[in-house]
Ligand binder design. Structure first.
Ligand SMILES: [Zn+2]
Length: 159
């Protein structure tokens, strides 16, 4: 393959000297990949992938945390609209409107925050697995607004 290419290039050089050689691609040499260190999970996980794995594992388990289901039960009422499959509707704590199960989130009033290293772990766990006082129902729109404001706040605080 290499030999064939070399001959072809030489041929091109003979026929169109000064034109074709410029097309020789050198870009792959310049892209030098920095090797990602993967010290976790038998050499398959980088440190950021590891903490992302821990975060999602803890968040998955928080679905069965009772204060979360209690918060939903406290803020629901029987639904009597046109959708026959829908039993309940839930009230958003900010806009006070009523929504279906799929349209609401159980929000942590004090945000759970980041989990990027071992130092974050204790605070993250305690804020995630909190009691009902720190939980509220938010509709998707209000939840997105709150999340956006929190993110911009974090950014401005850090800068
Ligand atoms: Zn709302």
């Amino acid at each position: 393959m290499a030999a064939k290419k070399k001959i072809k290039n030489k041929h091109e050089l003979d026929d169109f000297s000064g034109v074709k050689p410029k097309k020789v691609k050198r870009a792959p040499r310049q892209i030098k990949k920095v090797p990602i260190i993967k010290p976790h999970n038998a050499g398959t996980m980088s440190t950021s992938a590891f903490w992302s794995f821990i975060r999602s594992t803890l968040r998955q388990k928080s679905r069965w945390w009772r204060p979360i289901s209690i918060t939903k039960m406290k803020n629901r009422r029987a639904y009597s609209g046109p959708n026959k499959r829908q039993k309940f509707e839930y009230q958003c704590n900010l806009c006070r409107e009523w929504f279906s199960d799929k349209e609401v989130n159980v929000d942590h009033i004090i945000p759970v925050g980041a989990l990027n290293n071992g130092d974050d772990l204790k605070g993250f766990v305690l804020r995630l697995f909190c009691e009902t006082e720190n939980l509220q129902i938010l509709c998707s729109v209000c939840h997105n607004k709150k999340t956006f404001l929190e993110k911009t706040k974090i950014i401005t605080n850090e800068n």
